[in-house]
Design a protein. Structure first.
Length: 312
């Protein structure tokens, strides 16, 4: 099977459109996503978008090419780099974590930044420098993943922002925790690769994947150097094996102010753990919004400015 067939097999038309945030209805005509279109003139036929006004046809490869304004040849070259082979593989670590076949893509990072209303630079920082952000397929859907060098936790969210549907004993959910993950293990304390973390580098501790990306965005705009760290759920205490990392560090916990109080309870629990561990820890309450919301509303530079005072 040549690479074109492999790409189309991995990225069917609707999956490619979901990856690129292009809306396609289940049936009927819709406006062209590639040009100004006063009256709906496009319709899906099998694995092709047909534009009845211009006569053009778009398979998944041409959809990617038109969206990114590159040639079909360049599209094939880029997407060929993502091919894991005939079938996606799963790598099982000795601790039980099953890591999907995933990759990094600047185009997908830009798409994710747009979805979360963050800057592409901040999202790229997570992917290129910290290497905690990756892309791939989860439960059959184009997804973004957060994982790191500890190989203790890996979480996926869909690229279009929608929930994963219920499946067997799993309910409908926004994040999908990959099999074998320890959600009590904080994300980011050990980036993979050659990134070295100074023993006196402060941390910003947030809750959830979107806030982790937002913290990376704030870092890029901040005069204060710090390491973004996230607990992927407010209900978990910090794993005892991770606590020594925080000994003697300055840690700023950004607490969600949510209706059920789970964000504040989580922050209080982590504060007590870290204080007992000898960390220099404080809590800053995010009133009325999480960090991702605040960065998307006010901009990373403004958020970095007012968090500067919270560090002292």
């Amino acid at each position: 099977m040549d690479n074109i067939a492999k790409i189309k097999e991995r990225w069917p038309l609707r999956a490619m459109c979901a990856r690129l945030n292009i809306y396609i209805p289940e049936k009927g005509k819709f406006h062209s996503p590639f040009r100004e279109d006063r009256n709906p003139s496009c319709e899906v036929y099998g694995e092709t978008i047909k534009d009845w006004s211009t006569g053009d046809s778009y398979d998944s490869i041409r959809v990617f090419a038109e969206t990114n304004r590159i040639s079909n040849g360049e599209t094939i070259r880029r997407l060929s780099k993502e091919l894991p082979g005939e079938k996606p593989t799963m790598k099982s670590e000795s601790n039980g974590l099953v890591i999907p076949q995933f990759h990094y893509s600047s185009d997908e990072a830009k798409q994710l930044a747009k979805l979360r209303a963050l800057s592409p630079v901040g999202v790229e920082f997570a992917g290129v420098y910290l290497r905690t952000l990756r892309f791939g397929t989860c439960c059959g859907y184009p997804s973004w993943f957060l994982s790191d060098g500890n190989k203790q936790v890996c979480e996926a969210r869909r690229m279009n922002g929608e929930k994963f549907p219920s499946f067997k004993n799993l309910p409908e959910r926004k994040p999908h925790t990959v099999k074998g993950s320890k959600k009590s293990f904080p994300l980011g304390i050990r980036p993979p690769g050659r990134v070295k973390i100074a023993p006196d580098l402060p941390c910003i501790l947030v809750e959830g994947g979107p806030d982790y990306l937002a913290a990376c965005d704030v870092l890029v705009e901040s005069d204060q150097e710090f390491l973004p760290v996230s607990m992927l759920g407010s209900g978990m205490a910090i794993h005892e094996d991770a606590l020594p990392f925080f000994s003697g560090r300055r840690v700023l916990i950004l607490a969600h102010s949510d209706e059920n109080g789970s964000g504040e309870k989580g922050a209080t629990k982590w504060y007590k753990q870290l204080r007992k561990q000898g960390a220099k820890v404080s809590v800053h309450e995010l009133v009325g919004a999480d960090l991702n919301d605040q960065v998307s509303q006010d901009g990373a530079k403004a958020v970095a400015t007012y968090l500067q005072d919270a560090f002292h």
